[in-house]
Design a protein. Structure first.
Lengths: 824, 211
C-alpha cells in the first residue's frame, strides 16, 4: 500500500547519500543519476544486465548484490565499497589484466580505454594470477567491423547492444579454446573474480551465424560500446589517437531521428592541415546510431570557394525564379530563409517529402484540435510494452524506431505488431511476441479502424464510427478448448509430525467451450493471417502501455487525409501514445516553418534538387552551399525537439544567408535566424548559443528545447469509410531507400556503399535477373537488381536518395507504384 | 630600530666565525716619488719576462710541435655531454634494424611547443605503421619531454646542435632523423633524459608467466 501512496517512488541511501528513485529501477542507474560512482564495465543503460564483469558488486542492506541487476527497495542502504568489495574488485581487474597486451601505444582505444581507467582507478599494481594465453588472430567481420580478440575482455557489451538495442543479434560468445583454470584458485581467490575469470577463459566474441562474417545492418554500435580497442571500425584502425581528436557536438542529419553525435576531427595529414572527420561517436548509453549516422560523415562540400560571380548569378536567378525546389535535409534556419524569400519575393516553395507530411499533420491537427501527437519515443522506450507500427519500413526509414520496437520486446517484455506490405525478416525475429502482418497495399485505413475497433473506449467514439465498425463485424461461433484451474482436495501426511492435513490444490483441466467470436471484416480488408485474433489475444496479455508509430506510407497515401483523422481519433479514444515519424531529416521543421506549394512550373531554383539554377551542397551546382557538417543551425527531429548542430569542418564558400544579404533580407549570421523561428508554430524565440546538446547522468535528454503543441480549431474530426485503393500489377515498386542510405549525402560518404539499385527479396531477384530496365510513366531507367536478403515477398524497393532520378515525381501521392520491368 | 641592532650583531658573529688571512702588501705609497719607484721596481723585476716566456713557449709548441689548444670549429667539434639535448634522433632496434617507433603519439601529445606531427596507418602486416613524421625545429625548444615520454626509447636527443637556418620553420622528416641502416653498428644507446636508469632492474617486479 505504501508503494501506491508513494506513487512508485522509493527513497534509499547509496554511499551515504539519500536518493529517490522509481520503483523497479536498478541500483546502478539510480547511483548514476545521483552522480555516485559505482564501477561497472559490462552494463549498458537501456539494455539488460549481463553480469559478465561483476565489478559493480555492492552491499545492499548487508547483502552482496550486483548494482546492475538489483532493484531498489524503499529504505535500502547501499554500501558502494568496503574492504571486501574492494578486494573483490581488485582481483577482478587483476584477472582482466592477465594476458592483456601491454602495447597500449598501438591501441586505438588508448586514452579512452575503460580497462586502463579501471586498472588505475582500482589500483592494480601487481599481477598475482597467470594462465597460458591462446593465439587469437584479428579479423574483419564485415565491411566496417574489425575485431581483435587479443584485446577483447569479453564484457559482452557488443553482444548485448546488438541483441537488446539494435535487434540484429549478430554477435554471440564463441569458444576461446583456452585451458581451464587451476581448481585450487577457486578456494584461494575471491569468489566473483574466479567465476568471472572462469567464464572469460572460455569465450571470445564471434558472429552468431557461425561464419566469420556478421550478417548485420553495419550500424557499428558494437564499436561504440566496446570498452577496449577490440572492436574498431576498419577505416579508423591505427589512424588516430582519441586525445588528438576534437569532439564537435552535433546532430546527425540523415534521418528524422536527429541523433546526438560527435564529429571527431583532426587535421587531414601533415601536409594538409584542414580538419577532417575521422569518426563519429555517440553517447552510447543514451542514444544508438545507425550505420548511416556512424559511417556516413564525409559528405562535406570540399570544392566550395567564394565565387562572387556565381553569387551574383544566384541573386539574379532568385529574383526571376518562380519556385524553389528543395528537400528536407536543411536546417530550420535555412527553411526560415526560404520562407522569407517566399514572403518577400513571392516564389513558390516545393518540397516533396515535407509537403505530404505537412498536409498529413494539418489534417491531424484539424481533427485533434492541436498540433503534434502525444507520443514521445524516449518515454515509449522506457515504459511501453505493446507497440504497433503502421506504414513504415522500419528497418530502412528510421533505424531508431526499429531500435525502439526491438527494445520494447527485449527489455519491457513487450509485444509488437508490424504492419507493412513488405515482409521483413529482421523485424519478424525481434522477439517471440512480434508479428509481421503483410497488409494489403493501401489498406492502412482498415488497420487503423481495426485498432479503433479493438482498443477504443466505445463511450468516446463518435456514433457514426461506432455504427460503421458494427456494420463491419460479424459474429461466428467457435469451439475452443480452455484450461481451467480446478480445486482438488487432497489429504497429505506431514512427514515430520505424522499429522494428516487436508490441502486444496489447483489442478489445470481442459474444458471445451463454445464461444461467440466477433470477426471483423476489417481483417479481411487488410489481409490479416487466419490466426490473427489468437495472436493478438496472446500478445495483449498483461499489457498496459500502448504505443503506435505511424510512418511515411500514411502521408504518401491516396487517403492520407482520412488516415490522419483516424490517427487523431485513435489518440483521443484509445490508450495509445502515438508517434508520427517525419519522412526525412527535417520534414517536421520544414512543415512548420514553410508554406509549401504543390506544383512547380517556370524557372526553378533547385537547392540540392533538380532545377534551372542549382544551389548545391554536393559540389555539383551553380553555387556551392555548405553541407550539414559544415554549418551551424537547428533541426527539428521526430522527438519533437529543436536540436542544435555545429560545424565540424571549415567551409570556404557562400551560404544561403549571403544570398539573402545580397537581397537585403539577411541577418549577420545564419544562427541569428534561430530566435526568429515562428513561435506560433511551437518554436521558442531562443538564441542558438543557449541551446544545450547533451544528456544528463540519469539519461534524460538535455538537447535544445521541445516543440510546444499549439491549439487549432478542430474542424474535421470524423473519419470517412474505407475506400478501396487496391493496386495490382506484375511488379509493385515501393519507394524506399536501402539500409544506411537516406539521401544524396549518405551516398557521397565513402563507407556507405549501398548502390542506387532495385532491391528485391532473394526469390524475386532471381526471377528478375541481375539488371533490369524499369519503365516509369514512359521514362526508362536501367538499374542493377540487388538482393536484400531481409525482405520477403514480391514487392521491389526503388530508392529515392538520388535527386537526379526524380523518383518522387513518378510516385506522386503514393509510396507504391505499379511498374513494368524487363530484363536489360 | 631593534631589528637593525640585531642585524649588526649577526654581522659581528659572522666576522668572528670567518677566518680571514690578510695579505701583507706593504704600505701603499701616497706621493709621487715613492709611487714612481714602486712602478719601476715592479716593471723591471722578472715577473714580466716570466709571462712573456710562457707565451713564447706555447707559440713554439703550437707552431713547430703541433700542440694546438684551439678547436678548429667547424672543422673540429668537441664531444658533447651525453645528457645534452640537441637535434632528435630516431633509433633502430639493434636486433632487426627495424625502427623503434611504434606510432603511439605520446611525443606528439606531450610536446609543449606543438612541433611534432605524425600520421599512422594500418599496414599490410596488421601493424601500426608510422607513415609520416615531422618535427618543426623552428618551434622546438629542446625540452626533452618527447624523449622522456617515449616508451620505446625511439626518439632521443642526439649531439647535433647546429640549428642555424635561413627560414624560421625547419622541418625534419622521420628518415632524416633515423639512424642510417649502414650506421646501425655506430648507434649509441641514449643515456640522457628518459633513458632507463642504471638500477632499473631493481625497481621492476616481474610479471609471472605460467609457461
Amino acid at each position: 500500500m505504501e508503494e501506491i501512496e508513494n506513487n512508485g517512488i522509493v527513497s534509499l541511501i547509496i554511499d551515504g547519500k539519500i536518493c529517490t528513485a522509481k520503483e523497479g529501477e536498478y541500483i546502478l542507474n539510480v547511483a548514476r543519476a545521483n552522480s555516485i560512482f559505482i564501477p561497472a564495465i559490462c552494463y549498458l543503460t537501456r539494455c539488460s544486465p549481463t553480469l559478465a564483469c561483476r565489478i559493480c558488486l555492492v552491499e545492499a542492506d548487508g547483502k552482496r548484490v550486483y548494482a546492475c541487476n538489483a532493484k531498489v527497495k524503499d529504505g535500502m542502504n547501499v554500501v558502494v565499497s568496503n574492504e571486501e568489495i574492494l578486494e573483490e574488485r581488485k582481483a577482478i581487474m587483476q584477472v582482466y589484466d592477465v594476458n592483456h597486451p601491454l602495447q597500449c601505444g598501438v591501441c586505438d582505444q588508448s586514452g579512452s580505454c575503460e580497462l586502463q581507467n579501471y586498472t588505475l582507478e582500482i589500483g592494480v599494481d601487481e599481477q598475482p594470477y597467470r594462465i597460458a594465453d591462446v593465439q587469437r588472430e584479428s579479423s574483419n567481420w564485415s565491411s566496417v567491423l574489425h575485431y581483435d580478440p587479443a584485446l577483447c575482455i569479453v564484457c559482452e557489451r557488443c553482444v548485448t547492444v546488438c541483441k537488446d538495442m539494435i535487434g540484429d543479434s549478430a554477435l554471440t560468445t564463441g569458444p576461446r579454446g583456452g585451458e581451464g583454470l587451476d581448481k585450487e584458485l577457486k578456494d584461494t581467490m575471491p569468489k566473483d573474480a574466479y567465476s568471472m575469470w572462469n567464464k572469460l577463459q572460455k569465450s571470445v566474441i564471434a558472429p552468431s551465424n557461425e561464419t566469420d562474417q556478421t550478417n548485420c545492418s553495419d550500424c557499428g554500435e558494437c564499436i561504440a560500446v566496446c570498452p577496449v580497442g577490440a572492436l574498431v571500425s576498419r577505416d579508423f584502425v591505427y589512424t588516430a589517437n582519441s586525445w588528438e581528436l576534437t569532439k564537435v557536438p552535433a546532430t546527425c542529419a540523415h534521418c528524422s531521428s536527429g541523433c546526438q553525435i560527435y564529429y571527431e576531427t583532426k587535421p587531414t595529414s601533415i601536409a594538409n592541415r584542414y580538419e577532417k572527420i575521422y569518426r563519429v561517436t555517440n553517447e552510447w548509453n543514451y542514444v544508438s546510431l545507425c550505420g548511416a549516422g556512424r559511417f556516413g560523415y564525409d559528405f562535406e562540400n570540399r570544392t566550395a570557394s567564394k565565387d562572387a560571380n556565381a553569387l551574383k548569378d544566384a541573386v539574379v536567378a532568385i529574383k526571376k525564379a518562380d519556385a524553389i525546389r528543395f528537400n528536407s535535409v536543411i536546417t530550420n534556419e535555412e527553411a526560415l530563409m526560404l520562407q522569407t524569400l517566399k514572403e518577400k519575393l513571392g516564389v513558390k516553395l516545393i518540397n516533396n517529402d515535407a509537403k505530404a507530411f505537412k498536409d498529413f499533420m494539418t489534417y491531424f491537427a484539424n481533427a485533434k484540435g492541436s498540433t503534434l501527437s502525444n507520443g514521445n519515443i524516449r518515454t515509449m522506450m522506457q515504459e511501453s510494452d505493446f507497440i504497433i507500427s503502421v506504414g513504415s519500413a522500419l528497418r530502412n526509414d528510421n533505424p531508431n524506431v526499429r531500435y525502439l520496437f526491438n527494445n520494447i520486446q527485449k527489455l519491457n517484455k513487450g509485444a509488437g505488431l508490424y504492419f507493412h506490405p513488405i515482409g521483413d525478416k529482421v523485424i519478424e525475429n525481434l522477439g517471440k511476441n512480434v508479428a509481421c502482418i503483410e497488409n494489403k497495399i493501401n489498406s492502412e485505413e482498415a488497420v487503423l479502424y481495426w485498432i479503433l475497433d479493438n482498443f477504443a473506449d466505445k463511450e468516446k467514439l463518435p456514433a457514426e464510427v461506432k455504427d460503421y465498425l458494427a456494420s463491419l463485424s460479424t459474429t461466428t461461433k467457435k469451439t475452443i478448448s480452455e484450461t481451467v484451474m480446478e480445486d482438488v482436495v487432497e489429504t497429505v501426511v506431514d512427514e515430520a509430525t505424522g499429522e494428516s492435513k487436508e490441502v486444496t490444490k489447483k489442478v489445470p483441466k481442459k474444458v471445451d467451450k463454445e464461444i461467440e467470436v466477433n470477426k471483423s471484416k476489417l481483417l479481411e480488408i487488410f489481409g490479416a493471417p487466419s490466426d490473427f485474433a489468437d495472436t493478438i489475444e496472446k500478445f495483449l496479455a498483461k499489457k498496459e502501455n500502448f504505443s503506435l508509430v505511424v510512418g511515411e506510407d500514411l502521408y504518401f497515401h491516396p487517403r492520407s487525409k482520412n488516415l490522419a483523422i483516424l490517427v487523431a481519433l485513435i489518440e483521443s479514444t484509445t490508450p495509445f501514445n502515438i508517434a508520427i515519424i517525419p519522412p526525412k531529416t527535417n520534414s517536421l521543421g520544414v512543415s512548420l516553418i514553410c508554406d509549401l506549394d504543390d506544383e512547380c512550373s517556370g524557372y526553378v531554383i533547385g537547392y540540392n534538387e533538380v532545377g534551372d539554377f542549382r544551389l548545391s551542397a554536393l559540389g555539383d551546382g551553380d553555387l556551392d552551399m555548405p553541407a550539414m557538417n559544415q554549418q551551424e543551425g537547428t533541426l527539428t527531429n521526430m522527438h519533437k525537439r529543436v536540436v542544435p548542430t555545429n560545424a565540424a569542418l571549415s567551409y570556404n564558400g557562400y551560404i544561403l544567408n549571403d544570398i539573402l544579404n545580397e537581397l537585403g533580407m539577411g541577418e549577420r549570421l545564419t544562427i541569428d535566424w534561430t530566435k526568429e523561428l515562428p513561435v506560433k508554430e511551437g518554436f521558442e524565440a531562443r538564441e542558438f548559443d543557449s541551446l544545450p546538446n547533451g544528456y544528463n547522468n540519469d539519461g534524460s535528454e538535455n538537447r535544445g528545447y521541445g516543440l510546444k503543441s499549439q491549439k487549432v480549431k478542430a474542424t474535421e474530426s470524423l473519419p470517412k469509410e474505407i475506400s478501396s485503393n487496391e493496386m495490382s500489377a506484375d511488379v509493385m515498386a515501393y519507394r524506399c531507400n536501402p539500409q544506411r542510405q537516406f539521401n544524396e549525402f549518405t551516398a557521397t560518404a565513402h563507407q556507405i556503399f549501398e548502390p542506387f539499385a532495385l532491391y528485391a527479396s532473394e526469390e524475386k531477384a532471381s526471377e528478375l535477373g541481375s539488371r533490369v530496365a524499369i519503365d516509369l510513366d514512359g521514362t526508362e531507367f536501367v538499374l542493377d537488381v540487388k538482393i536484400d536478403d531481409r525482405m520477403s515477398g514480391d514487392i521491389v524497393k526503388l530508392p529515392d536518395f538520388k535527386h537526379s532520378f526524380e523518383i518522387y515525381k513518378f510516385f506522386g501521392q503514393n509510396r507504391f507504384k505499379s511498374i513494368s520491368i524487363r530484363k536489360a | 630600530m631593534a631589528h637593525i641592532e640585531e642585524h649588526k650583531d649577526t654581522q659581528a658573529i659572522q666576522r668572528e666565525k670567518q677566518n680571514y688571512i690578510m695579505l701583507d702588501l706593504g704600505k701603499t705609497p701616497q706621493f709621487g716619488i715613492p709611487a714612481f719607484i714602486q712602478v719601476v721596481k715592479r716593471s723591471l723585476s722578472r715577473e714580466l719576462l716570466k709571462g712573456l716566456g710562457v707565451t713564447f713557449r706555447e707559440m713554439i709548441n703550437a707552431l713547430f710541435k703541433g700542440k694546438l689548444h684551439t678547436t678548429q670549429y667547424p672543422f673540429e667539434k668537441l664531444p658533447i655531454a651525453p645528457r645534452y639535448r640537441a637535434i632528435h634522433e630516431m633509433l633502430r632496434l639493434l636486433e632487426s634494424g627495424h625502427y623503434r617507433c611504434i606510432g603511439c603519439g605520446l611525443c606528439e601529445k606531450i610536446c609543449i611547443s606543438n612541433c611534432i606531427a605524425m600520421e599512422t596507418r594500418y599496414d599490410e602486416n596488421q601493424r601500426k605503421e608510422v607513415s609520416e613524421y615531422t618535427i618543426n625545429f623552428g618551434r622546438c625548444i629542446f625540452c626533452g619531454y618527447c624523449a622522456e615520454v617515449c616508451p620505446e626509447l625511439a626518439i632521443v636527443h642526439g649531439g647535433r646542435y647546429e640549428n642555424a637556418s635561413e627560414q624560421r620553420a625547419g622541418f625534419s622528416l622521420f628518415e632524416d632523423m633515423l639512424t642510417p641502416i649502414d650506421k646501425l653498428k655506430e648507434q649509441n644507446e641514449f643515456a640522457g633524459f628518459g633513458s632507463i636508469s642504471p638500477n632499473a632492474d631493481e625497481n621492476i617486479k616481474k610479471t609471472p608467466l605460467a609457461y
